[in-house]
Design a binder for this molecule. Structure first.
Ligand code: SF4
Ligand code: SF4
Length: 82
């Protein structure tokens, strides 16, 4: 999963681009739910939030480093859950 750092300027452009509804407003800036972020695996070749973020504040979450296979399995679980 990816994460949003405190460099986020709350510009709102990433939230609607996420195919997994993983992005929401947090207490001070936007946040990513690691249970819903597949790094866009299953939907797109590149993470859509990273593509649109104007300040490049969306790195891999060091607490949630995942393999491509693991991310694909998460994508399939999310699809089944609807
Ligand atoms: Fe959503 Fe993709 Fe960004 Fe993860 S990488 S938060 S799935 S847009
Ligand atoms: Fe924050 Fe980047 Fe998302 Fe804008 S695109 S709300 S700066 S994480």
């Amino acid at each position: 999963a990816l994460m949003i750092t405190d460099e986020c300027i709350n510009c709102d452009v990433c939230e609607p681009e996420c195919p997994n509804q993983a992005i929401s407003m947090g207490a001070d800036y936007y946040q990513i739910d690691p249970a819903r972020c597949t790094e866009c695996v299953g939907h797109f070749d590149e993470p859509q939030c990273v593509q649109v973020c104007p300040v490049a504040c969306i790195p891999v979450n060091p607490a949630h480093v995942e393999t491509r296979e693991g991310l694909m399995a998460k994508y399939l679980r999310l699809q089944q859950a609807g």
